[in-house]
Design a binder for this molecule. Structure first.
Ligand SMILES: C[S@@+](CC[C@H](N)C(=O)[O-])C[C@H]1O[C@@H](n2cnc3c(N)ncnc32)[C@H](O)[C@@H]1O
Length: 253
């Protein structure tokens, strides 16, 4: 059962009194790293290892063209570049994801933290975004092929039922990294964020996709109201190119 502890982003003061909250790196600094060209190269390499679909093929071409036109100073981030950096830095022991689809975002975490325990929730909406959404066996094969060795639990059904049920039956479950990328309605996304936020470890990160998606303009305010404006969170957002992505680190309990 996931009951993660964050190992790298907190500070053990030993015999000294704790003055600061334990987080030692802020979201702004991680955001700067996410915008480095090396992250885009890593994302491209990962996309090329996944079973291709129309979306990953498009994103890979977009990354190559952005690099060709604008070079090292190009500013671009998405859920994959964000997760590659967060998973590398945080080395999550436990990862929770709402909205798995074909396993692209989970693959970014699995690549950086192969021993991580992963739990994912999806109702595998047929033809999501016009692309085949094959379900748990496909995701299982995809992650195994990428070298994931930790436990993998995939829960099928509507997250508004399955996630609360899971959390009630696992009262001690805590996560170092959480992604909310399932129901994109304002009320649905808001509910998912509210459900999982109390289970985020201090020093851990929550990621929210599509904060600048033309079809979901209300997600920006949902993120701000539920997560980014909280005084216990250090938040970062990328928008202006693509569909936008945001994350926040929990600074204290
Ligand atoms: C945007 S995709 C996830 C993409 C994935 N995180 C990635 O980066 O490749 C959204 C997924 O959420 C699922 N979904 C939508 N509404 C849901 C709900 N209420 N409960 C569970 N899953 C849901 C869809 O089936 C779809 O697979």
């Amino acid at each position: 059962m996931p009951n993660g502890r964050n190992r790298n982003s907190t500070f053990d003061a030993g015999d000294m009194a704790d003055w600061y909250p334990p987080l030692m790196i802020g979201a702004e600094e991680l955001g700067t790293r996410i915008l480095q060209p090396t992250l885009r190269a890593e994302a491209l390499a990962l996309l090329e290892r996944l079973t291709p679909d129309a979306y990953t093929t498009y994103i890979a071409a977009f990354l190559r063209e952005g690099e060709r036109r604008y070079g090292a100073n190009w500013r671009y981030a998405d859920i994959v570049t964000v997760l590659l950096e967060l998973a590398r830095t945080l080395q999550p022991a436990a990862y929770l994801e709402i909205g798995v689809r074909r396993g692209r975002s989970a693959a970014a975490v699995a690549k950086q933290a192969p021993a991580c325990a992963i739990i994912g929730f999806d109702l595998w909406q047929a033809g999501y975004a016009g692309i085949e959404n094959p379900g748990p066996d496909f995701v299982r094969d995809e992650l195994r092929r990428l070298g994931h060795q930790g436990t993998l639990e995939l829960v099928s059904g509507n997250s508004h039922r399955t996630v609360p049920e899971y959390l009630v039956s696992h009262p001690n479950a805590r996560f170092d990294l959480i992604v909310v990328d399932g129901d994109h309605s304002a009320e649905g996304a808001r509910q998912d964020l509210l459900d999982v936020l109390p289970r985020l470890n201090v020093g851990g990160a929550i990621v929210f996709d599509d904060v600048d998606h033309p079809a979901h303009p209300e997600l920006r305010a949902v993120w701000r109201d539920i997560v980014a404006d909280r005084p216990d969170m250090s938040a970062w957002q990328f928008d202006g190119v693509g569909y936008g992505v945001a994350f926040a680190l929990r600074r204290h309990g």
